[in-house]
Design a protein around this ligand. Sequence first.
Ligand SMILES: [Zn+2]
Length: 214
Amino acid sequence: MEENKQIKLEAFKLHSNVYFIGSEAVSVHLIDTECGLVLIDTGYPNMGELILSNIKKLGFDPKNITAIFHSHGHIDHFGNTEMLAELSGAKTYISRIDNDIVNGTYDLSWAKELRLARLPFFSCDVLVEDGDTFNFGNTTVRCVHTPGHTDGVMSFIITLADGKIAAMHGGSFCMSDEGKLLYIGFTELPNETYYLVTQTGNHITFGGKRILLR
Ligand SMILES: [Zn+2]
């Protein structure tokens, strides 16, 4: 039984080619790149229709999703991965460590704790390591290992179409330290997802890890 109520949010543009398409319970982001649509996380299992309708409302076609990144292996972040990957043929990405959660090696998806039915196990196509960077034409996604929320949490430093840098922490909380970035996303606290920070300095600190942005 799914007891988690999902409060719908209208999809909206965050900045440049990044959009929010999640709910108030958990964030899902879409990046419109020269190499197709890139998603970060896929929400609770009952958010499939919301995600699809949000993508369409923004004028995009879910069939054009080419990559699905996961911040970590909790069920509220991979709830619609298989459906979306099947629909689009997108490649799926997660840390090598948290792939052992989605493939069932370790029972740490939080399905039980969230009173959700466990999803069929699967394995992602690309097992990412700290520092791996993926190019999508006008956008690059760099994965930064920031363990804590799970062992394999990945945070993302994203260079956007307009050249600005967005940073998204894959776990629960992060602090910026006058980093040269535009926006910080909290995947667990979507109501407080968006922060514009000043563009001085060139570092951000995620989970005690100081990361050079460029
Ligand atoms: Zn989580």
